[in-house]
Ligand binder design. Sequence first.
Ligand code: DC
Length: 211
Amino acid sequence: MTVMIIAIDGPAASGKGTLARRLAAYFGYHYLDTGLLYRAVARDCLELGHDLNDTRAVTTLACSLDPVRLDDAGLRAPGIGEAASIVAKIPEVRAALLEYQRSFANRLPGAILDGRDIGTVVCPDADAKIFVTASVEERAKRRFREYEAAGESPDMEKMLELIRARDARDAGRGAAPMRRAEDADLLDTTEMDIETAFDAAVGLIKRKIGQ
Ligand code: DC
């Protein structure tokens, strides 16, 4: 029996996480949100008071990361996402997290990983690849609603600014920048609700894996 690997990449607030989790439940595959690895390194770095750009200190933390601590709810806080995007620029940090991601991907019967570089670097031979996106305005709106649901009073201009800055950092870095793999299907969810996006993703994957 061969392992089935599905790569889901895309920018912040594109809905790729929700989609990937639901796809994993549907296909019965393991699921890894690879953003949590970078978030955990950033959390450890902030807790210890290190500079997020201190290559040596951050790399040491990445090398000793315990993936078991990935279920910490605090990892999903927006500030940690920003910090994660900063440590993720460091090539040594990315290298330190690569093996864990690849061995996770090789678990039977299959695995779905979501991130920025799954289809391009972590699992270039994945059986199916989807690059999930949505317009900057739509992603900012989704973030806005998340903040509101958490009882905060967000500012729309600020949300737009944050999303644009994150896109620029994730796509502009030298090491494994966020980009659509040449053989990835594009799923633009700007005009889609989650059910429509889910059905579309299932269709794309089934076409690729021949189910
Ligand atoms: O998907 P997320 O928002 O949880 O990711 C947080 C940051 O981590 C993202 O802005 C960039 C980095 N990241 C990455 O560089 N590569 C990945 N495969 C996943 C996340």
